[in-house]
Design a protein around this ligand. Structure first.
Ligand code: SF4
Length: 391
């Protein structure tokens, strides 16, 4: 194979190589036509609307809320341009955009420094190119870099705090706005209405530079580009050209362990099955999505001897006060004693509440409150199976 040379690097180029070298080869070396699926096209359309919405606000030098009506019009345009389909997906986009506008509240155009800002960073022999969704001025010494995400899954705190993308954005922001002593980095998780914020220190930034340089060289020196099946294969824009994905969809297996004393083989088969299961579950969701969109227009489908329908699943929630009061009057016990027997607060709701409170009581007090609540919490341990690739 002729020697491949990067014209430039970007976060997406590096993450593609990290996630699956074959996808990198198909995309950047073989230059195969990419075929983005619905989630990618949906994300792109939402990004386009937010870019135009905020850009218009800036260009017209407005102060006040973003226009919800304009967001709807832009969504209709982006929807058509992205060749998307399905009322459910259309409504999802509208919900995301409407709640973004509401969450944004009052916006002074002067507080937005840039939209879809292009940057070029020199890293060793490479030039890293990228675009930042939005950058705001927080105060005289702080800028906030915002990256929109339409992911269904929230990032973990560790993913946010170690994201290479955010480290690169920090370096870029410092270069573009040298007056900024502080750079706040925020993933705006649009589907969840949550902003996940992080920072970087000098050691992390130096590590990010070294890592980018190393990965850049690896992409140039690689001789082999193995396929790496993963749960995102179903969204891969080159899955149509990928023999490994095609084999996975057929459920093709290579390792079947017959001797359970051979732990190496047990582990090998377990990993193969785990990879296939991820791909096949993702494929099942994709196929169900197709059937669900057809069920929007008709009550049921009967295909291959199977009847498909949508139905409303009922679930019950018991309002706390009224439930406790009914229990108290039936038993004579105090509501507090009854609450101690049945009640506990789940971590996710509590975290969301503390986050909301931080706006009124301040971030520092909220952090203290969180520590206090964590000290009260009762820890429970359960055994879970854990498996992770070792380098
Ligand atoms: S479908 Fe999966 S294994 Fe195939 S190229 Fe894409 S990411 Fe790699």
């Amino acid at each position: 194979m002729p020697r491949f040379k990067n014209q430039h690097l970007s976060y997406s180029r590096l993450s593609r190589f990290e996630q699956c070298p074959l996808s990198f080869k198909l995309h950047y070396i073989d230059k195969k036509q990419a075929d983005p699926g619905v989630p990618l096209r949906f994300g792109k359309a939402v990004h386009a609307v937010l870019e135009n919405l905020v850009r218009e606000h800036m260009e017209e030098e407005r102060e006040g809320p973003l226009s919800e009506d304009r967001a709807v019009t832009l969504w209709q345009e982006a929807w058509a341009a992205g060749e998307l389909s399905g009322i459910e997906v259309f409504e999802e986009g509208l919900t995301i955009l409407r709640s973004y506008v509401r969450r944004q509240g009052h916006l002074d155009h002067q507080d937005v420094l840039a939209i879809e800002k292009r940057f070029e960073l020199s890293v060793g022999p490479f030039t890293v190119l990228g675009f930042i969704d939005r950058v705001d001025r927080v105060d005289d010494e702080t800028v906030e870099v915002i990256d929109y995400k339409t992911n269904r899954m929230l990032f973990t705190r560790e993913e946010v705090d170690t994201s290479l993308q955010m480290s690169l954005y920090h370096l870029a922001a410092r270069q573009l706005w040298p007056w900024a002593k502080k750079v706040r980095l925020t993933f705006d998780m649009l589907r969840h209405d949550i902003r996940m914020t992080t920072e970087r220190d000098e050691d992390q930034l130096a590590a990010a530079r070294a890592y980018v340089e190393t990965m850049g060289r690896m992409t140039e020196e690689a001789r082999e580009f193995p396929a790496r099946l993963n749960s995102n294969c179903v969204y891969c824009d080159h899955r149509q050209n990928c023999p490994t994905y095609a084999a996975a969809l057929r459920g093709e297996r290579t390792v079947v362990c017959e001797d359970f004393d051979d732990l190496e083989l047990v582990a090998q088969e377990r990993e193969e099955v785990a990879r296939l299961a991820k791909v096949l579950y993702a494929r099942k969701r994709e196929l169900e999505g197709v059937l669900k969109s057809r069920l929007e227009d008709q009550d049921e489908l009967v295909l291959g001897g199977v009847r498909y329908r949508m139905f409303n699943a009922a679930s019950k929630e018991y309002p706390l006060e009224r439930t406790l009061s009914a229990l108290a009057s039936a038993t004579g016990e105090s509501p507090e004693a009854l609450l101690a027997q049945v009640g506990s607060i789940d971590k996710k709701s509590l975290d969301a509440l503390v986050k909301k409170l931080a706006k009124s009581i301040g971030k520092d007090r909220a952090t203290l409150l969180k520590a206090e609540l964590d000290a009260i919490a009762e820890k429970r341990f359960s055994q879970r199976f854990w498996a992770k690739e070792v380098a």
